[in-house]
Design a protein around this ligand. Structure first.
Ligand code: NI
Length: 188
């Protein structure tokens, strides 16, 4: 992952860690647990349940490094429940904060950029990416737990929505040119 330049590269990890630590300080959470969970949250990406796989890997690494069972479990729980698609409920403040930080990195200007990076990685079209905005990204602000994250999300969501609407307009405008069999130019 550390050589990668993708939507889930080390820069994503760095941003999520900074966001998570910032939120943890504001919310009075255990900063050490939050920081470690953020650093290790996307260890394994090539799995159909990357959160569970990353939690397992994190547990192994932290145990080897001699962390206490209590610390290891707190970190592993946060990683296990952070993913949007896994739909597992965080039981601790630290887990809620990792989930919030990861979601914040998926909205706003950075979130938009990452969505299209990811589309490039998996071969998804512009239209399909906008569908992903509808199905996931535009919903994320309502899935945040902490007050601090909700505050940070306001500006990011607003920008995301503005971009989304603008892009829909542009695509609508050019649709008939792209697909000669459809749209207003059909009968010319
Ligand atoms: Ni992540």
């Amino acid at each position: 992952m550390y050589k990668e330049r993708t939507s889930h590269d080390k820069f994503h990890i760095e941003r999520v860690t900074k966001l998570a630590v910032y939120i943890a300080l504001k919310e009075g959470a255990n900063v050490e647990i939050v920081k470690k969970a953020a650093e290790l949250h996307d260890l394994i990406r090539d799995s159909n349940d990357h959160a569970a796989a990353s939690a397992r890997e994190a547990r192994k690494i932290l145990k080897e490094q001699g962390y206490s069972d209590e610390f290891v479990e707190a970190v592993a729980h946060a990683i296990e429940v952070h993913s949007f698609s896994a739909k597992r409920e965080p039981k601790t403040l630290e887990a809620k904060i990792l989930s919030d930080a990861d979601k914040l990195d998926a909205i706003g200007a950075v979130g938009i950029a990452r969505a299209f990076m990811f589309s490039g990685e998996i071969g998804r079209s512009l239209e399909e990416t906008l569908k992903h905005f509808e199905e996931k990204l535009l919903k994320l602000k309502d899935l945040l737990y902490t007050k601090t994250a909700k505050e940070l999300a306001k500006r990011r969501h607003k920008f995301l929505l503005k971009f989304y609407k603008e892009m829909l307009e542009e695509l609508k405008f050019t649709k008939s040119d792209l697909h000669g069999d459809r749209g207003v130019n059909r009968d010319r």
